[in-house]
Design a protein around this ligand. Structure first.
Ligand code: TMP
Length: 213
């Protein structure tokens, strides 16, 4: 089941929101519907971009400056787009990406306080016209998310941030969802897993209907 261009789906949310489980649900649903898809993540998704991810996530004594962080995120993204995302979409496959540029607005813009217009400039340069067709924002109170993330073991450089940081991250995600209601869907990730899965299936089903219309 392929068309000219696949659909680009991104999944976002604060730490501990349950992205992996929910991405699995989307992947399985698409497989049931015979839609070929590529599952990938940011930062990462290619050998080089995964090395950049290491730099971004590993806690170190030397402070990574906010600007270095931003540029590394977009360096990984440029590599990922050229190597994985664009070729998959062009071949008609759907792409499900665990985080994308909304995470940059949320973390580097909201969390770190970097200027939105700087992020927009890089977004335009790196992506040209390419934007996700659908973004699922899994919403959860960051305090609950942080507790869940802490249970997974040692914390990465972002997970070590304070609650205030994640409150800002969440606020930006909600703001993006409000300003782009056609692209973004908020899913309440505090609901029971079965409820979340039902919502996700319905969201994907309606995209499938639009796509194959
Ligand atoms: P995760 O994929 O395990 O959630 O971890 C990736 C981390 O990277 C997460 O804390 C959010 C952060 N991140 C950014 O700060 N900016 C970005 O643009 C992306 C894609 C991720």
């Amino acid at each position: 089941m392929t068309k000219n261009k696949g659909l680009f789906i991104t999944v976002e949310g604060v730490e501990g929101v349950g992205k992996s489980t929910n991405i699995e649900t989307i992947k399985n649903f698409l497989a049931e519907k015979d839609v070929e898809c590529v599952l990938t993540r940011e930062p990462g998704g290619t050998l080089i971009a995964e090395e950049i991810r290491e730099i971004l996530l590993k806690p170190r004594e030397e402070k990574l400056t906010e600007l270095s962080e931003l540029l590394l995120v977009f360096a990984a993204r440029a590599q990922h787009l050229a190597t994985v995302i664009k070729p998959a979409l062009v071949s008609g496959k759907w792409v499900i990406c665990d985080r994308f540029t909304d995470a940059t607005y949320a973390y580097q813009g909201g969390g770190r306080g970097l200027n939105k217009s700087v992020i927009t400039g890089l977004e335009d340069m790196v992506q040209n016209e390419l934007r996700p067709d659908l973004t699922v924002i899994l919403d959860l109170d960051p305090e609950t998310g942080m507790k869940r993330a802490a249970k997974r073991g040692s914390l990465d450089r972002f997970e070590q941030e304070h609650l205030e940081f994640f409150n800002k991250v969440r606020a930006v995600y909600l703001e993006i969802a409000r300003s782009e209601p056609k692209r973004c869907v908020i899913v309440d990730a505090s609901s029971p897993i079965e409820t979340v899965q039902v919502s996700l299936r319905a969201i994907i089903q309606s995209k499938l209907a639009e796509y194959f219309d």
